[in-house]
Design a binder for this molecule. Structure first.
Ligand SMILES: Nc1ncnc2c1ncn2[C@@H]1O[C@H](COP(=O)(O)OP(=O)(O)OP(=O)(O)O)[C@@H](O)[C@H]1O
Ligand SMILES: [Mg+2]
Length: 227
């Protein structure tokens, strides 16, 4: 579904080598974790896959097509990718429902239809009772579930999550993660989650490990690296 080939990314005019040639291929519907020590390049890789940043060299293909050619990138980000960050980035003045409905705005749907879709997803995330609350008035787990709902509202084919449960306790984190993975599984979305939490990684089919800007293994089911 998405694959990258020998991605290199440096910062500070080459002084920091964040990615030193990362190749990875995710099948449609695959759910994978990305683990590794702080600074090994996980966020950098997710940002490149989500077209939030550009690689120095190497390529990314989405269903065989070069990401570089899928312009404009804001459409790729909006229509294909759902990004979940460690911090929820919800808009404080909006209700959870309004936050979740926000990515639907460019689709020019009727307001009632936007609310209906956002509401249905909030129900699925177990947030029906909280939909009219503002982010500050709900728990951390509820906020993160709302952030996940917002990332999923456009039915992205690719869900990229960067430490999505990093700010939650482990029980809440696992529960939030299950919501994300179940939802994605039902829709055959591809998921890549950067996490330090082995329990979270254990919920996915595969675990890719990174170290010093390189991928160490190609996942549990495919231990023989190729090339
Ligand atoms: N904008 C930036 N400018 C300079 N260096 C950066 C920038 N972003 C990341 N780096 C460096 O690139 C390397 C990889 O960082 P990255 O954020 O991808 O790591 P990570 O695996 O996500 O770490 P963590 O687990 O702490 O989130 C690190 O050495 C980091 O300091
Ligand atoms: Mg990171």
């Amino acid at each position: 579904m998405i694959e990258c080939d020998r991605l290199v990314k440096t910062y500070e005019r080459g002084r920091v080598q964040a990615l030193r040639g990362v190749s990875l291929a995710l099948e449609r519907g695959e759910q994978a974790a990305l683990m590794g020590p702080s600074g090994c390049g996980k966020s950098t890789l997710l940002n490149l896959l989500g077209a939030l940043d550009r690689a120095d060299s190497g390529s990314i293909r989405l269903e065989g097509r070069l990401l570089e050619e899928l312009r404009p990138h804001h459409r790729y980000r909006r229509e294909t990718v759902g990004f979940v960050f460690q911090s929820h980035h919800l808009i404080p003045a909006l209700s959870l429902l309004e936050n979740v409905a926000l990515p639907l705005a460019p689709l020019r749907l009727k307001r009632a239809e936007c609310r209906r879709r956002a509401s249905a997803l909030l129900d699925e995330m177990g947030l029906s009772e909280r939909r009219d609350f503002q982010p500050a008035d709900v728990s951390g787990g509820e906020r993160q579930r709302a952030a996940i709902a917002r990332a999923l509202i456009n039915q992205p084919a690719l869900v990229l999550a960067d430490e999505p449960t990093g700010s939650l306790d482990s029980v809440t984190g696992e529960q939030v993660m299950r919501f994300l993975l179940d939802h994605a599984r039902q829709r055959q979305a591809t998921v890549l989650i950067a996490t330090h939490n082995a329990a979270i990684a254990g919920l996915t089919q595969r675990c890719y490990r990174m170290k010093d800007g390189l991928l160490e293994s190609r996942g549990l089911e495919d231990p023989e690296p190729e090339g």
